[in-house]
Design a protein around this ligand. Structure first.
Ligand SMILES: NC(=O)c1ccc[n+]([C@@H]2O[C@H](COP(=O)([O-])OP(=O)(O)OC[C@H]3O[C@@H](n4cnc5c(N)ncnc54)[C@H](O)[C@@H]3O)[C@@H](O)[C@H]2O)c1
Length: 296
């Protein structure tokens, strides 16, 4: 396996392209507009510069890796010689089903089609193709060049062969792959999102304030970041939509999103990306400032 395509050049797509290129693969990076691709290339370059400064890779290795990335705005052109396609487009069921239908037509017959989805059923995505045995989840974590885990998700029809290839490939990237079955939230978000939701309930019910909740989890459980800060970084809209997938997928009220989370998303307070969630994110400031909404 030498040639692969990455669909979507956003937060995850540029990180995935970066890592594959760093480990010697030829990467076709695909997005809807050239300006998105140019932005992604600039981000990859900046992140590789940081790796050079830290001594992780040499300047020569950086240049070689960047030289292995080509960009495409035409999906069929980008995937036509690929052994593997990793889809990291926007988290939307219709977009993904549509993409996989088209990918099935455009990618070589033997190519494996992987999705980086956080919450959409791999089984459902696979069923949109005529090669469900070759469809699999490859759930990288953010930031991709730094985080070691890849959750490898087997859909109902994913073959042993496909799984073995993806597990071995993940190790070639010096990541740690973990094989899981396809049920709502897989393992990572099935455990993480209820914890975040419970932290929001604790705030909503007045058990403790924002900083107090995060401090308990940081100092008491040795988490590097409190659950409310983490929710802000993931995006509160993303957390809400994953909780809805869990709630609907299991039909269990224990996954019902906290009304405070719903209100915050509806009001446009989606966390770091909108400048405010549980904390306020002021440009250039390194201090965490609790949002005025939650100050006692
Ligand atoms: N952000 C995270 O922390 C994170 C972590 C793990 C998994 N994921 C998953 O990774 C995927 C991508 O998330 P992201 O945060 O990088 O999103 P993003 O919004 O940063 O990037 C998505 C990119 O996909 C492009 N795109 C949309 N439709 C396309 C199409 N038809 N063809 C080509 N490109 C298309 C968009 O233009 C955009 O550049 C999602 O499935 C998400 O659930 C995200």
């Amino acid at each position: 396996m030498k040639n692969l395509a990455v669909i979507g050049s956003g937060t995850m797509g540029n990180g995935i392209a970066h890592v594959f290129a760093q480990y010697g693969f030829n990467v076709s990076l695909i997005d809807l507009k050239q300006e998105f691709l140019d932005k992604a290339l600039a981000k990859i370059q900046k992140n590789m510069d940081r790796q050079v400064a830290k001594g992780v890779i040499s300047e020569v290795e950086k240049e070689a890796a960047l030289g292995r990335i080509n960009t495409f705005t035409s999906m069929p052109d980008g995937v036509k010689n690929s052994d593997l396609v990793v889809e990291a487009a926007t988290e939307n069921m219709e977009i993904k089903l549509d993409l996989f239908r088209q990918l099935d037509e455009a990618a070589p017959e033997g190519a494996i089609l992987a999705s980086n989805t956080s919450s959409i059923s791999i089984t459902k995505i696979a069923a949109a193709t005529k090669r469900p045995n070759k469809v699999i989840g490859m759930h990288f974590m953010n930031p991709v060049p730094v985080m070691k885990l890849i959750e490898v998700i087997r859909g109902y029809a994913t073959s042993d062969e496909t799984t073995e290839i993806i597990m071995a490939l993940s190790k070639e990237l010096e990541k740690v792959p973990v094989e899981v079955n396809d049920y709502p939230g897989f393992v990572a978000n099935r455990i993480l999102m209820p914890m975040i939701n419970e932290a929001i309930y604790s705030l909503y019910e007045g058990v403790a304030g924002v900083e107090e909740i995060d401090t308990v989890m940081k100092l008491g459980m040795a988490h590097p970041m409190g659950p409310l800060q983490l929710a802000d970084f993931i995006g509160l809209d993303v957390c809400l939509s994953i909780l809805r997938v869990l709630h609907e997928g299991f039909g269990n009220p224990k996954y019902a999103p906290c009304p405070l989370l719903v209100n915050m998303v509806e009001a446009g307070f989606k966390g770091a990306k909108t400048g405010e969630g549980f904390y306020a994110y002021t440009q250039g400031s390194k201090d965490l400032i609790v949002s005025s909404q939650f100050k006692k």
